[in-house]
Design a protein around this ligand. Structure first.
Ligand code: C2E
Ligand code: CA
Ligand code: CA
Ligand code: CA
Length: 276
């Protein structure tokens, strides 16, 4: 048994070394990728339940270091967050989305809203205000065509500071969506104190909403609360017709998920926009 324990220890340390090495490799390569056009954005359409039309999309980061390799955001975003590189990543994403919005507008595509995931780190010391201010000074788009997705985590830090930052974003005309809603640990009290405009119900509830009565209840409760508070409510990760029917019956405003479309390249997304 003693021997075994020692082997386990060796196994774990070598495993830990591997993980640490992979982290360092990813961090170094991501720095390079930012300059080297290895990053690209995919767009996943959002559908309005009222008329079945696309209202816009969520931008999702993709990293293709080479032709047949891809590193998922679930792996590199957390690493970018611990190293601080996330600030550069967010800037790249925001300016790329704004330039794309401008292009679509110039090409005559109908108005749409693109939502962008921004890391909580970007809200510390109000950095997001400078980032967005600089970008919107340079790239002329209607601010209403941009929405920022944040997670509840930022409200745990300093609610007064968060309120100030969100109010300034609001006065710039930018909408705020609370992503992964229902999974955080913050109280609902912030909903009446902060100028958020959208709640995005987390996929974990939607996945089981048609089969598990607790998840269905949570989903229904979030939709009802959003409507009572005059917020827009959207469901993410919608994959089945049963989920679509439940959400429709409850009066959810918008949906997003594989049932309708996966995140896709610009070329493919433009085909959807053409049909509007
Ligand atoms: P998220 O913001 O919650 O994004 C939703 C994730 O669910 C995306 O994964 C999307 O591809 C996936 N998804 C959408 N519909 C379905 C569905 O019907 N079924 C299933 N199983 N999955 C679905 P993705 O693209 O791998 O992104 C993972 C996370 O990485 C995101 O979660 C977000 O937290 C982060 N992320 C992605 N892009 C960015 C970015 O540009 N900036 C920042 N800061 N974070 C990003
Ligand atoms: Ca999101
Ligand atoms: Ca989400
Ligand atoms: Ca989620």
């Amino acid at each position: 048994a003693k021997n075994n324990g020692k082997n386990n220890y060796l196994f774990y340390t070598s495993k830990m070394n591997e993980i640490a090495k992979r982290k360092i490799t990813i961090e170094t390569n991501l720095r390079h990728a930012l300059k080297n056009e290895e990053l690209t954005l995919f767009y996943q359409p959002k559908i309005d339940f009222n008329d079945g039309k696309i209202t816009g999309a969520e931008s999702l980061l993709r990293w293709f270091p080479n032709k047949d390799e891809s590193i998922p955001p679930s792996e590199f975003i957390p690493i970018a967050e611990t190293s601080g590189l996330i600030l550069e990543v967010d800037k790249w994403v925001l300016s790329t989305v704004c330039r794309q919005l401008k292009k679509w507008k110039d090409l005559g595509y109908p108005d749409q809203k693109i939502s962008v995931n921004v890391s909580g780190m970007h809200f510390k010391q109000g950095r997001i205000l400078k980032t967005l201010g600089d970008i919107l000074d340079e790239i002329e788009i209607p601010p209403k065509s941009l929405e920022i997705e944040i997670t509840e985590g930022i409200f745990l830090e300093d609610i007064k500071e968060s309120a100030l930052i969100l109010e300034q974003l609001q006065s710039m005309g930018i909408d705020i969506s609370v992503d992964d809603f229902g999974t955080g640990y913050s109280s609902f009290g912030y909903l009446k104190r902060l100028p958020v405009s959208t709640l995005k119900i987390d996929r974990s509830f939607i996945s089981n909403a048609a089969t598990n009565s607790d998840d269905a209840s949570i989903t229904k409760a979030i939709i009802m609360m959003a409507k009572l508070l005059n917020l827009k409510v959207i469901a993410e990760g919608v994959e089945t017709i049963e989920q679509v029917e439940l959400l429709h019956a409850e009066g959810c405003h918008e949906m997003q998920g594989y049932y309708f479309a996966k995140p896709m390249s610009i070329d493919k997304y433009e085909i959807f926009l053409d049909k509007l």
